[in-house]
Design a protein around this ligand. Structure first.
Ligand code: HEC
Ligand code: HEC
Length: 478
């Protein structure tokens, strides 16, 4: 409601007038009346901030049956799919719908943040098991709620890395044709190695040496698994999965032949504009920061810990910062395919210039003027278990054809105030989750385990200093 009042007091008040007259006590969601268009081109600061307020209101709205929440005849699957028989309950803790609002889970320490164990989600990508009433790992992978701070910068990095990886493939194919010899190309993006591929003169490639990314070379930075490529794609999944609010661009007539796929009597439950506002709000969330109020002994320990973090090999995966060329966030994005509005579907994308955000000025830049995104990650997937250390090998359901013990490096920015840890959010301390690293992380983990207690403690001191801070969203002074 606060947002609604602020908006209506602003110069853009006409845009926020409800489409239909509402009583203040009606059990529908006012946030659904805020935007009725998808923006195009560069957003001026006023329009951007209006749009972000609408996105925030939608992220925090508790959708009701009078808005079209619930999906009696649709499963949570990303591809529109019907259950074997209609769902009889509005909510189901296992296969969903499992929440009224996005912020019901993403709220720690503030809206857009992570979630405690109680907000875990049971994800099953296989259609056969789409509706299940058990938490048995045979049926679903149980995942903890990760935070969304800095998510726009993460998606932008993933887009640029994808272009870089695909250009290596393209170049190798050209050289192979010109020389009539096989060409093996090193696949690096922003200094991260994703293995190699070999291109042949007949335009085929051998992808078997690609590492940490799918053979399509598209970096998919979202979910613990690293299988979702964009905030827009995830938002469409989440709206349907958690609340049964179906977006027209995926569940509408274009793909399903009907405007009421879930058969709850409501058509076109979420418009392109509403999904865009949700994406804009998430994409502009400030990145986590380093605490600037550490006591002298904590600051000294953290400094030592940061050095050991590199010495022990943690930073080979949790890379302290990756360089980003452009802060222009295009929505819809370039990498999505059918079922998620993408740049090829529209005449003009909206462009959110993240330098409009006050936090952008605080980000360091390198000598070439690129923003250094301090994520402590590499956007790459790694094998996390071996025969001796296999605590992270609890999953049974294959997702996106990625082995069940392979996960994308968790970005550690924000780790200081988003306990608990691990993809199942079932590990209460940082110490324990470090000890749970096996597989590709085994040597770094062993260096930590065999270190002196004060060295281990200093690594914790360092990681506890990386936090989400509730920075007011303001226009930049630029
Ligand atoms: C019931 C709890 C719950 C609700 C409600 C929820 N989420 Fe999530 N969210 C999660 C969990 C759990 C994950 C991790 C999923 C995984 O790894 O498979 C996640 C992951 C995400 C991610 C990927 C973040 C990353 O860095 O990998 C995005 C984006 C996201 N959620 C957006 C949303 C939006 C938008 C909504 C509302 C439409 C929403 N979520 C509602 C629990 C929830
Ligand atoms: C081979 C790559 C790799 C190396 C090396 C590595 N990590 Fe990780 N780290 C990961 C991955 C992947 C995850 C996600 C694991 C999961 O949730 O299943 C992770 C998760 C974490 C988490 C949990 C974050 C959260 O919010 O749940 C912490 C803390 C962490 N790593 C710290 C470290 C430290 C400290 C070191 C060095 C001793 C280290 N890592 C070395 C890949 C790596």
């Amino acid at each position: 409601m606060k947002t609604f009042v602020t908006l209506c007091a602003s110069a853009l008040w006409a845009l926020c007038m409800p489409a239909s007259a509402q009583n203040a006590w009606d059990e529908t969601t006012p946030a659904l009346d805020l935007v009725d268009y998808r923006p195009e081109g560069w957003l001026l600061e006023d329009e951007l901030f209006f749009f972000l307020d609408a996105g925030e209101a939608l992220f925090e709205a508790k959708f009701t049956a009078q808005d079209g929440a619930g999906r009696p005849n649709s499963t949570q699957a990303a591809i529109p799919h019907r259950p074997r028989k209609p769902l009889t309950q509005a909510f189901s803790r296992t296969s969903g719908p499992d929440a009224s609002a996005c912020s019901s889970c993403h709220n720690d320490p503030v809206s857009g943040g992570a979630g405690d164990y109680v907000t875990n989600v049971f994800t099953a990508s296989g259609f056969a098991n789409a509706v299940f009433d058990t938490t048995d790992p045979e049926f679903s992978n149980e995942r903890g709620t990760n935070h969304l701070f800095g998510a726009g910068l993460v998606e932008l990095l993933a887009r640029e890395m994808t272009v870089e990886l695909q250009s290596h493939r393209h170049q190798a194919l050209i050289t192979a044709r010109e020389t009539q010899q096989p060409v093996t190309a090193a696949l690096t993006a922003k200094g991260i190695s994703f293995g190699t591929l070999t291109a042949f003169p007949d335009a085929t490639v051998d992808p078997s040496m690609i590492e940490g990314v799918d053979f399509d070379l598209i970096i998919k930075p979202f979910t613990h698994k690293g299988v979702i490529r964009s905030l827009r794609n995830f938002t469409l999944n989440a709206m349907n999965h958690h609340s049964g609010m179906q977006a027209e661009e995926r569940f509408g007539p274009r793909w399903t032949g009907t405007s009421d796929f879930d058969e709850d009597g409501f058509t076109a439950e979420m418009s392109q504009g509403e999904i865009s506002a949700l994406v804009a709000w998430q994409a502009t969330l400030p990145p986590p920061v380093r605490r600037d109020d550490l006591s002298p002994d904590w600051a000294a320990a953290a400094q030592g810990g940061e050095g050991l973090f590199t010495d022990f090999g943690c930073a080979t995966c949790h890379v302290s910062a990756l360089p980003l060329e452009s802060l222009d966030f295009h929505d819809p994005g370039p990498l999505d395919g059918a079922g998620t509005l993408n740049a090829r579907d529209v005449a003009r994308t909206a462009i959110y210039d993240l330098t409009h955000m006050s936090w952008a000025a605080d980000l360091e830049r390198d000598a070439q003027g690129r923003v250094l995104v301090p994520l402590f990650g590499d956007l790459k997937r790694h094998r996390m278990t071996d025969t001796e250390v296999n605590r992270l090998g609890n999953e049974r359901v294959v997702q996106g054809f990625v082995d069940t013990n392979v996960f994308i490096t968790t970005e550690l920015w924000g780790v200081g105030n988003t306990a608990p840890y691990g993809h199942r959010n079932d590990i209460t301390t940082i110490d324990e989750v470090i000890r749970a690293h096996g597989g590709d992380a085994r040597s770094a983990r062993d260096a930590y385990v065999s270190a002196q207690p004060e060295q281990q403690s200093s690594i914790i001191a360092f990681l506890k200093s990386l936090i989400i801070k509730d920075i007011p969203r303001e226009p930049s002074a630029l």
